[in-house]
Design a protein around this ligand. Sequence first.
Ligand code: NI
Length: 325
Amino acid sequence: MDKHNDYYDSYERRSAYRYRQNKRRKRARNQFIVIATVCVILAIAVITGICLAVAGSNSASVATPDTAATPPNSTDLTTVPVTTTASPTTTVAPTKPNTEPNESPEVNPTSPLEPIVTADGRTLDPNKPFLALTFDDGPSTEYTEKVLKILQKYNARATFFVVGSRAENNPDILKDIVNAGCQIGNHTMAHSDLTDQSSSAALAAVEDVNDIIYDATGVNCHIVRPPYGSFDDSVCSTLSAYPLILWDVDTNDWRTGRTKSDIVDCVMDNAHTAAVVLMHDIHKVTMDSVEDIVKGLTEKGYQLVTIDEVYALQGIELLGGTVHN
Ligand code: NI
């Protein structure tokens, strides 16, 4: 009985074991099928996703005009009640409308300015730094020629606002200023405050200097720097034919105790495109500063230009009786 029982027990255990094993195998097979199915579904999903993405990007590059066209269309609609669907092509190219009207108006600050070729053959680029150095109260028999030599050494230009009482005795210096490619401006006959004078006296104070400049050089001077930067409405209407040119960088080189490094540092620290720098070519310290200034600015990439050029490069027309800077 024990034997039989043993046999029976072991048989039962074995069959139970086999049964469990079969069950386990079936379960494993089922699990494998489920996992494989899930993997296949996932793979198909990923592949179709990639395909859709690629197809989407391809069609997007073709379709962007339509989608991009909607905002311009909507802005168009604010100004024009009915627009055709042709507007996308016109709104997509913003550069064309900017360049086309550039030719008709004289001043168009939104349009890119073209390089300027000067009478003496220089090409000035409005997209690169530029500024104007100006020298007042000369000409000086001691310093003006030396300043001109330094400017010529660096192929730089400047503007000299001359005083008539000095200019009339130094026509050769005026000629040299012009021959150096520099500009002559009018700083009145006797450096008197124009606001203290009658209209006729103020006009004479300017026009007498223009005669001196013309006699010496054959050049018509057309810009005025009022002494002390002093002007009022009456001066502007009296000098309605002449643009009044001030400055925006003042070296204060005329002040007692001003050193070369003060002047050089002032210019280098405040230099910016379209700046008009005030100096005086009647002081030794100024003359001593000019080379460092011109060299330093040139190394920084500045085009050193005349007053006419500094405004032309900005597309600004110089207007008579109007204060500039
Ligand atoms: Ni002055």
